[in-house]
Design a binder for this molecule. Sequence first.
Ligand SMILES: C[S@@+](CC[C@H](N)C(=O)[O-])C[C@H]1O[C@@H](n2cnc3c(N)ncnc32)[C@H](O)[C@@H]1O
Length: 228
Amino acid sequence: MKPPRSAAARRVLALWDDAEFGDRFHTKARWWSAPFAALEREVPLSGDILEIGCGHGVFSTYMALCSPSRHVVGVDIDAHKIERGVLADANLKPGEADVELRVSPSGEVPRIEGGWRAIVFADVLYLLTRERREALLAECADALAPDGLLIVKEVDTTPVLKAKIAQLQEVLATRVLRITDGDALDFPSGTELEGVVADLGLDATLKRIDRGYLHPHCVVVGHRPADG
Ligand SMILES: C[S@@+](CC[C@H](N)C(=O)[O-])C[C@H]1O[C@@H](n2cnc3c(N)ncnc32)[C@H](O)[C@@H]1O
């Protein structure tokens, strides 16, 4: 668990000051429990960045606040979260952050000319079946620009006790509280994700980013070769 330390982190949460208690609580809880600062350091500082499954858009907006040279698009299947995120981002000052949030159907990867500099997932792929997850990652690899990055953050399956705590929390969020939409609950290991990304022809590396956190957070970064 880590508090928002940087100016950009404090700013992104301040955008929610006037929001309803539930959304304010949810966005703050996401920040404290997910290693967004470490994840942001994996993302290129400039270019077109797509976040799939952006939820309320906290990480999308944070990426844009961290670097004015990033153009960030966040998409999610949950229209309520996107609506609330757009309202929060309306508090940004002109020119403060280049970010747009929009609803997009499950499995769809928006395309842009020349491809995305990076496509990011933060705790989304466990909500898809293995088949749909692999199909979506393949679509993403194809939508990257040459030299682009596919950045996939998930909660690893080891150490087992920490992973079980994280998985129980997700069962509560999806099946009991119903604050998270998704087709399935299927937790891939970091190694499995690294293998899937490598099989797509990207240079894949797996890293733990869970120091100081309760959950075993990990990130796989897949690099599409410049001539690939
Ligand atoms: C645990 S939340 C994470 C949200 C955000 N990435 C964050 O880190 O705060 C998972 C999000 O994935 C979204 N989601 C689930 N399945 C999806 C899909 N097939 N395509 C896009 N978003 C999806 C849910 O609506 C939800 O907002």
